[in-house]
Design a protein around this ligand. Structure first.
Ligand code: CA
Length: 312
């Protein structure tokens, strides 16, 4: 198949905010499954997210946690493969073993209950894990068949931990991105990571020339001027942008340094305290704070809101 390399849209350059499908349409279908990605694409998300961890045989797979127990049946299928801390790690399983797992809606590791009770019924569905390569092929295929181009938004998960375990995840992810044609800022791809040292390494030692987002936890104190030297934007928690029903100055400070701001995560079924509707939250984020994109578990809600906002 001729690969359609998605270019960053003119709309993005014209500063229209965009929707990032967080782990796919994860509000409706278990996160990071093929089905969740297809649904996100059909809903019109401009970007679809991939969290990436390595298998034991160094294959990048699309999985949010370094653990497998919250989103798969690993504990019943491989009961003797947990570590001393009681957790099951993707890095301890070969791809062939990971493919035997049935993936499901997220469970709370501590309570054993479904994390978001109104979502897809937990432990049902018989979903499968995807490699990064398979997912990028899927998105390229959908871009080709629908003519609507969605970009990708891969996150390198816990690179320092991977290295400590003897695996260097970043160069492996970069090689898969290159294979699919994502190499420069012209391409509709944002690479993201929570570890500032790795963000710097990606840009320098590893030579990544595409777009780069530094993710910030709720309490991360970062020197934005330093971040702006290497990254194209920041991915802060919504709580760093909206406090109660007012907005903070983080977005304007980042914009002043040329950084885009892509906060996470809109969840219709888990709104911040004091916010009563997703529309109220999106008004604060897009209209008041003026963020450039939003991670959302409910891509249709955000796509529809932005469509209305951009219709004169
Ligand atoms: Ca992520």
């Amino acid at each position: 198949m001729k690969t359609l390399i998605p270019l960053l849209f003119v709309a993005a350059a014209a500063a229209q905010p965009v929707t990032i499908a967080h782990r796919g349409a994860s509000g409706y279908v278990p996160e990071h499954t093929r089905e969740a990605k297809v649904m996100a694409h059909a809903m019109g998300a401009e970007f679809i997210e991939q969290d990436v961890v390595l298998s034991k045989d160094d294959v990048p797979v699309v999985l949010h946690d370094i653990h497998l127990d919250t989103t798969s049946d690993v504990a019943t299928r491989f009961p003797d493969r947990k570590r001393a801390d009681g957790r099951y790690y993707a890095l301890d399983f070969t791809l062939a073993e990971l493919r035997q797992l049935s993936m499901h809606e997220r469970m709370d590791h501590k309570t054993g209950k479904q994390a978001y009770p109104k979502r897809f019924p937990a432990t049902t569905g018989g979903f499968r894990i995807l490699t990064l390569d398979e997912e990028l092929e899927l998105i390229a295929g959908l871009n080709h068949s629908t003519g609507r181009v969605a970009g990708i938004y891969p996150e390198i998960k816990q690179p320092a931990w991977h290295r400590q375990e003897g695996h260097d995840i970043s160069p492996i992810v970069l090689s898969v991105l290159a294979k699919h044609g994502y190499t420069s800022k012209e391409h509709a791809c944002y690479l993201q990571c929570f570890e500032l040292d790795e963000v710097k390494r990606l840009r320098t030692e590893l030579g990544w020339r595409g777009r780069l987002i530094f993710l910030m936890g709720g309490k991360t104190k970062a020197d934005l001027a330093e971040v702006a030297k290497i990254a194209d934007g920041i991915g802060p928690a919504i709580s760093s942008i909206v406090s109660g029903t007012t907005v903070t100055d983080l977005t304007s400070r980042a914009h002043a340094l040329g950084l885009d701001v892509h906060p996470y995560t809109l969840r219709v079924d888990d709104l911040p305290k004091g916010i009563s509707t997703p529309e109220e939250l999106m008004r604060l984020l897009f209209d008041e704070a003026k963020v450039d994109a939003l991670f959302t578990d409910f891509p249709d809600v955000t796509v529809n809101w932005l469509k209305k906002a951009n219709t004169p």
